[in-house]
Design a binder for this molecule. Sequence first.
Ligand SMILES: Cc1cc2nc3c(=O)[nH]c(=O)nc-3n(C[C@H](O)[C@H](O)[C@H](O)COP(=O)(O)OP(=O)(O)OC[C@H]3O[C@@H](n4cnc5c(N)ncnc54)[C@H](O)[C@@H]3O)c2cc1C
Length: 399
Amino acid sequence: MTTTGEPLDISDIPPTPITHLSETEALMADSVSKFANEVILPKVRDMDEAETMDPTVVEQMFEQGLMGIEIPEEFGGAGMNFTAAIVAIEELARVDPSVSVMCDVHNTLVNTAILKYGSEESKRKWLPKLATGTVGSFCLSEPVSGSDAFALATKASKTPNGYKINGSKMWITNSMEAGFFIVFANLDPSKKYKGITAFIVEKDTPGFSIAKKEKKLGIKASSTCVLNFDDVEIPAGNLLGEEGQGYKYAIGLLNEGRIGIAAQMTGLALGAWENAARYCWNDRQQFGTLIGNFQAMQHQLAQAYVEIAAARALVFNAARKKEAGQDFVQDAAMAKLFASQVAGRVAGSAIEWMGGMGFVREGLAEKFWRDSKIGAIYEGTSNIQLTTIGKLLQKEYTR
Ligand SMILES: Cc1cc2nc3c(=O)[nH]c(=O)nc-3n(C[C@H](O)[C@H](O)[C@H](O)COP(=O)(O)OP(=O)(O)OC[C@H]3O[C@@H](n4cnc5c(N)ncnc54)[C@H](O)[C@@H]3O)c2cc1C
């Protein structure tokens, strides 16, 4: 209505809600939810306790087409869009954030790197493998370089047939399962970050080794390792894109990847909320009534749900802007920052809503909370997201 009471003409405004899914995206959400609940859920607690990803889960992720979501069908992938990947990551995290991050890193960082920057030959060589059976890792961080990612010390040098890599990487997701590693190394340190170049390293290459598997607070089933590169020789064809462009590729990939982590965090928040809400509204009685009947509990459940819905709106807005070819860097940073904050708050409150039952390792409440902490750390810490958002706002508002 207008202020004069006339109906407002909104015919030129597309009425699609930001979280509306296309038919194929909705099918993706349904099928991943079914797969996650039927196949992954029964294994979640054991995988967490064993700090290991069940190999059958990895196999079935490939069988379900969840490791090649955006890879075109001609290369054996599902040929779907970015938002379909976001939907899958979110639905997986609702059940297990560890499986979700495997899917996220593989699809949004590794597959995208080849799709965006790989030569035709490398696409033909690698994409069918990445879509059907080879897990990928994205190797940027090092002991000396985390937030300051381009201070990396791993070096590459030219050989008659290609390149040689020396150095080590730290915190590398999927590395126990992976057969394919995108490795950032400096080919010309005199050029500082402009020497950084991206290479492809296969697991069995001599000189490559997994030095240590980290024991972590959360996402324990997701492997995180230190990798060593001792005179690792690779052929010229394993250069990804162009020499000296690695820093640009890493920035571009992480901007997109952040939307994936934001989706992981909204899925986690929803999973934690649903787990506790069902308990409050169905299972636990105190003072002669279900605890979810107390208004104090309902208000907290309602407040948390509103926050999750707000985080999801940011995530889907960033994903749609990326797909529309618009500038989405600030949107991705806002989505990742806020979704990880919401995940931490909701998963923490969910433990309290379940009382002692939220605190024990029988259920999943405590696991969701442990898993939520990583959202504020990887693919750029919360401070780094705030710095990105702040810089872009300053640019916009400076006269
Ligand atoms: C489980 C896990 C999985 C990971 N997976 C991968 C992976 O697959 N591939 C990969 O390459 N990396 C991966 N990482 C690395 C991850 O991206 C880094 O941990 C992250 O970038 C932060 O770096 P850091 O741990 O060295 O922290 P630091 O950079 O040492 O930061 C420590 C603190 O200092 C703050 N800080 C640093 N610089 C600034 C600044 N300029 N302004 C304000 N505050 C600042 C940070 O916000 C943070 O609070 C993973 C990490 C973990 C824990």
